[in-house]
Design a protein around this ligand. Structure first.
Ligand code: MRU
Length: 346
């Protein structure tokens, strides 16, 4: 199987596998300038925390190409302003802010102004390549947490599509499967944007890993029936105490898992850990359009004029998280200590 790579830099253009068209069509959209890359993040043509970070890296490099100037001060100032616009594309996944800050630091550190654009492009490629390597490391650290013969439940899409390649939570599942372990996989459809039904189910098919799609609200019943051996999800931002923001519905799964004595694991790179936030209460949660709830693919399904609330993410308190799998190893509670060491050693 050829690797799923949703982001590709080729001939000065960012090529993105349009995730709004999957699974029915595999269409590449091109971002030719940094604002087009910002738009692709906003419209979720590219989505998932690490993938947004990789795209942001290329967006900063493209912005440098657009603003290039021999006047260093003006150039760096325009680049910083572009950085603010890129960071504003979506609020919850900290990988976006992390990538922009990393890129701007590289620009500041390059003493030769004429070399900044070239240096930034090289750095964006490194961010992309590192992401795949990190995911593979996470896979090898996390795969032994999956009990042989059991069932794993995952939520949203934390697969290759949400990263440069390989995935985080799906990467751990894939690593276990490729190691020869056999288990069942359930994945939730993930209302309302259906990342699970549209993207994760598509990925498991491509990987040749049998998976069963369930509606989000079936998870509790499956857990009570003893059908689920562990839950593994990704994350968009993890506070210093281990509180974890991830796709809406994750908190529900974590509470249900604890109630049913099932381990609940989070797989995320250290770039998703935000040590500047003491707890998850400080994480900004994206509020999305009501239309995603009241309509289905443009067809109204709720009464005209009804009020809907559509938070894109929720926060799972650390007490529900059995372990956090990062590229530096498996962090266990208390997370204040273990996450800090993971970030420092990564
Ligand atoms: O709104 P999305 O699709 O960008 O949300 C994605 C998720 O919540 C993922 O679980 C998370 O980003 C981890 S991806 C490896």
């Amino acid at each position: 199987m050829s690797e799923i790579r949703p982001i590709e830099w080729a001939n000065g253009t960012l090529r993105l596998l349009d995730q709004t068209r999957l699974p029915s069509e595999e269409v590449i959209v091109e971002a030719r300038g940094y604002l087009e890359a910002v738009d692709a993040i906003k419209t979720m043509r590219v989505r998932g925390a690490p993938a947004i970070g990789v795209t942001a890296g290329y967006a900063v490099a493209m912005a440098a190409g657009e603003f290039e100037s021999s006047d260093r001060t003006t150039f760096l100032q325009q680049l910083a302003e572009a950085g603010v616009k890129i960071k504003a594309a979506r609020p919850t996944a900290v990988n976006l802010m992390w990538a922009v800050d990393r890129m701007l630091q590289v620009a500041e550190n390059e003493p030769d102004t004429a070399k900044i654009t070239e240096r930034l492009l090289a750095e964006a490629v490194v961010v992309e390549q590192e992401d795949e390597a990190i995911n593979r490391r996470m896979g090898s650290h996390g795969k032994d947490l999956i009990p042989e013969g059991a069932s794993v439940l995952t939520h949203c899409n934390a697969g290759a599509l949400a990263t440069a390649a390989f995935g985080t939570a799906v990467g751990v599942i894939r690593a276990g499967w490729e190691d020869g372990k056999r288990f069942k996989v359930f994945n939730t459809e993930t209302r309302p944007f259906l990342q699970g039904a549209r993207l994760t189910a598509w990925e498991f098919q491509k990987l040749g890993i049998p998976s069963t799609l369930v509606v989000d609200s079936a998870a509790g019943m499956l857990m009570r029936q003893g059908e689920i051996g562990c839950v593994i999800t990704g994350a968009d931002r993890i506070a210093a105490n281990g509180d974890t923001a991830n796709k809406i519905g994750t908190y529900t799964l974590a509470v249900l898992a604890k109630e049913n004595g099932i381990p609940f694991y989070v797989a995320a790179p250290t770039s998703t850990v935000d040590l500047s936030l003491a707890t998850g209460d400080e994480i900004e949660i994206e509020q999305r359009s009501q239309d995603e709830v009241t309509e289905f693919r443009g067809v109204q399904v709720a009464p005209e004029g009804v009020q809907a609330l559509n938070p894109g993410f929720d926060v799972t308190p650390a007490k529900y998280v059995s372990a956090i799998i990062t590229e530096a190893g498996v962090a266990r509670p208390p997370y204040l200590d273990s996450l800090g060491s993971a970030v420092r050693s990564a």
